[in-house]
Every structure is written in C-alpha cells, then in structure tokens.
Design a protein around this ligand. Structure first.
Ligand code: CO
Length: 436
C-alpha cells in the first residue's frame, strides 16, 4: 500500500470514529459499509437460506453486529476465520429522569459512568448527546437513532483556588462531581422536560411519543490528525472502533480464496464486562456459527470439526510505551506507536493468546509484510482484559489477542498512529484470505 492509500485509510478511520459517537452509530455505519460491499442483512427472527459465496450480516440490539461470508471449501476442514472487536467505549450515560436542578437554578444532566473512563478528561470539554429513543408509532414501539451534534453540555472544573491539590491527585466523586451543566432553570419547566424538549426541537421526534431512551454524552470536538507529519490520530473511541473499522474493511476487501468462512463480530458492553445478550459473553457468536452450519445442511459432527479447525483474533487496542511513563511496561516487551499491531500475552489468561495462536498471527503479519510487537504486563500491574477470554472459553476456538498500540486508553480523547491501523488491516486481510 503506497503512502496516499495509507493516508486514505487513516482518513476513512477518522471519519468512522467521528461518525460513530455511540455503539448504535458504530453499528449503523458498519451496516452502511457492509451494504456498499454487497453484504445482505439477515434477521435473527426470520428464516435464513444461505447461499455459497454469499455475504451476510446480523445485527443485535442495534449495538452488536456479526458479518460473515459463506466460503466454498469444506467447512469442517477449513473452519471459520473470526475477528472480534467491540463497539462500546467508556462515557457518561444519561440516567432515567434526565436532569437535576440545583437550588441556585443550574440544570445538570443526571448521568452515570459507563465503563472505566478517565474522569478528569471529561472536564471543560463541550459535550453533545446521542443514542436511541423508543417511540410509539401507529401503536408499535420503534427504536430510533438520534444524534444532537451540538455542544449542549459541559462539566466545568472546580477552580484551583478552591482545590489547591488538584494537580497532585485527581479523584472525583462519581455521584456529585460528574454531572454536566446543561442550562439555567426556567420558571414553570419540569425537570424531565429540559432534555426531552431539546430532543423534540433538534430531531423532530415529538416528546409525547418518547417512551424510553438510552442516551450517551460524547465529546463534541472531532478527532484530528496530529504530529509534525500528521502521523498521529487524536480522537475519541479509538478503543475499540479502530479495530472494528480494520476488521470490517478487511472482511469487505479480502479476496475470496473460496476456502475458510470469514466472520467479523463487533460486540457491545465489553467495557462493562461483556455479560449481556449483545456482549461477547453471550451465546450470540456460537448461535451464528451453528446456524450457518445447519442452514447449509452440515451435520453436528461437521460443526464440531469446523469449530476445532477455526481460529479467532480478539482485536482490542494495546498499550504502547508512554514517553513520560516508560517504567509502566515490562522491561523486555515495549511496543511503540508506529511499530505495528501488538500481540498481548497474559499467564493469568486475561488475554487469550497461546504460543500457537500468536505464531498464527505473526504468520499473517509476515504474509502481509507488516511488523508486529508483543505486550505483557509488568508483574506488579494488573492491566486490563478483552473479549478474547470470552470468545475462546465459550466457543473453544483458539484465539489470539492483538491490537494497535495506543496511548491515553479510556480518555475521552485517545491517541494512536495512523500507520498501525494500516498494518493491522493488512494483517487481517492476510488472515481472512486463508493464507495462515
Ligand atoms: Co477495548
């Protein structure tokens, strides 16, 4: 891939990040990308009739998507080539009741914290709101995506004069200190109307029709390229929409070798433990794999053989060595920005990588001609986890945990290098094309 193609890929990624403020939007944009590449939607509730060479996707809860291609080879021997990622990111989620009004007349959004956000990064940044609302139309409850892309909310810092220790230690009370300001009180206005009126005015959905909602605040400022060569990306939700984008585009572009069945899964709720119908700790992926086999007339025996011959990549972002905190990494395993995708290891199985699955991914990188790196936590730091252990334990499919190296993970604005996304997407393509 030449330099201009690399840049185009990074621009596409940035657009995807900016267009996807919530998991719902990430899936909506994934659907557009898949449709543009000949994928057809299947409904979980309907009868399927899959065809050889077909390209399909299934959406669950508007926030989780599994796309797949039907290969022409012997499924029981070729198995599935699976890449998984997640659509959700840490953020502020609006609680029922929407707003709270102080005795001084400040109207604040009543929010809870979704996932392990770096709270300090949410201060002094204009925030917008997006998500889905449930409306009743013609007697039927319907889900509607909304996005009010305006700087409606802000969480102002407490001035340093009232809080001299602010630079020593950032600690925030999640109940009392994290409620963003929306407006000033108006006489005669009910608390819950401030947000509903805004939705009514900005989206055209009548507030009387709104039965329920799931709304999230996001950073209003868009992601941008930074660095003296514009080699970096500073944007919200790099974890893990960068890997969703790499997986989706790899699946769409991969040449069909006619051999393995290719599967891409983007789950919701990873940041809160994956235990939901639309999360990786559900039966959803297994149901889809099983259903593909049954629908094509394969026996149970063939299904179990196919599973045993499959391989999965859990694609979630990884920690690059931080220029100002380089002692946080293991002294011998030190991934950097621009060094290519990172294979993640954990003896305690917080990452699912085994020696064999790591070698398979290294082979994919070698076939694609891209570098790769390795990460393992210091023994005195717990680190994070991914969907990898859920996928591998539920499906029994050997799995490797990998991801682009990045900084500022779980900040409202994260940081990575464009080239790592290009490298990762190329490795994914090689993986899908059945060369490993
Ligand atoms: Co993640």
């Amino acid at each position: 891939m030449d330099k201009s193609a690399q840049r185009r890929f990074s621009e596409g990624l940035l657009q995807y990040l900016n267009d996807s403020p919530t998991a719902f939007h990430a899936v909506e944009n994934a659907v557009k990308l898949l449709r543009d590449n000949g994928f057809k939607e299947l409904a979980e509730k309907e009868q399927w009739s899959l065809e050889q060479g077909g390209r399909y996707f299934v959406v669950k809860n508007m926030s989780c998507i599994i796309a797949f291609t039907v290969g022409g080879g012997r499924l029981e021997e070729e198995g599935f080539r699976i890449i998984g990622a997640h659509t959700d990111s840490p953020c502020l989620k609006i609680k029922p009741g929407t707003c709270t009004v102080t005795p001084e007349g400040y109207v604040k959004a009543n929010v809870e914290i979704y996932g392990g956000a770096i709270l300090s990064t949410w201060f002094d940044r204009p925030l917008a709101v997006a998500g889905r609302v449930i409306v009743k139309e013609d007697g039927i409850l319907k889900e509607k995506l909304i996005r009010i892309d305006k700087p409606v909310f802000i969480l102002p810092n407490l001035c340093i004069h009232f809080h001299r220790e602010v630079n020593d230690n950032c600690s925030y009370n999640k109940q009392t200190e994290m409620l963003p300001l929306m407006t000033m009180k108006e006489e005669g206005m009910a608390k819950e109307d401030y947000l509903l009126d805004l939705i009514d005015k900005e989206t055209g959905i009548h507030k009387e029709d709104i039965w329920e909602f799931e709304l999230f605040l996001y950073e209003y400022q868009k992601g941008i390229f930074t660095g003296s060569k514009e080699e970096f990306i500073s944007a919200s939700r790099i974890d893990d929409l960068a890997m969703v984008y790499a997986g989706l585009t790899a699946l769409s572009e991969a040449k069909d070798s006619g051999k393995p069945f290719k599967v891409f899964a983007a789950f919701d709720n990873e940041e809160v433990g994956s235990a939901s119908a639309q999360g990786a700790h559900s039966g959803f992926l297994m149901h889809i794999l099983n259903r593909i086999c049954k629908n094509l007339g394969f026996t149970d025996e063939a299904y179990f053989r196919a599973v045993a011959n499959s391989l999965a990549i859990s694609a979630d972002t990884a920690h690059a060595v931080h220029p100002n905190y380089s002692d946080k990494h293991d002294p011998e395993n030190r991934p950097v920005l621009g060094g290519g995708p990172v294979i993640k290891y954990s003896a305690s199985q917080r990452y699912s990588t085994t020696a064999l699955t790591a070698a398979c991914f290294m082979e994919a990188c070698a076939k694609a001609g891209v570098p790769c790196q390795k990460f393992v936590n210091r023994n005195d730091l717990a680190g994070g986890s991914t969907i990898g252990p859920a996928i591998s334990s539920l499906t029994t499919i050997p799995t490797v945990d990998i991801g682009i190296p990045m900084l500022a993970m779980h900040s409202v604005r994260e940081f990575g290098a464009g080239i790592d996304n290009v490298y990762t997407q190329q490795a994914f393509r090689a993986f899908y094309e059945g060369e490993v």
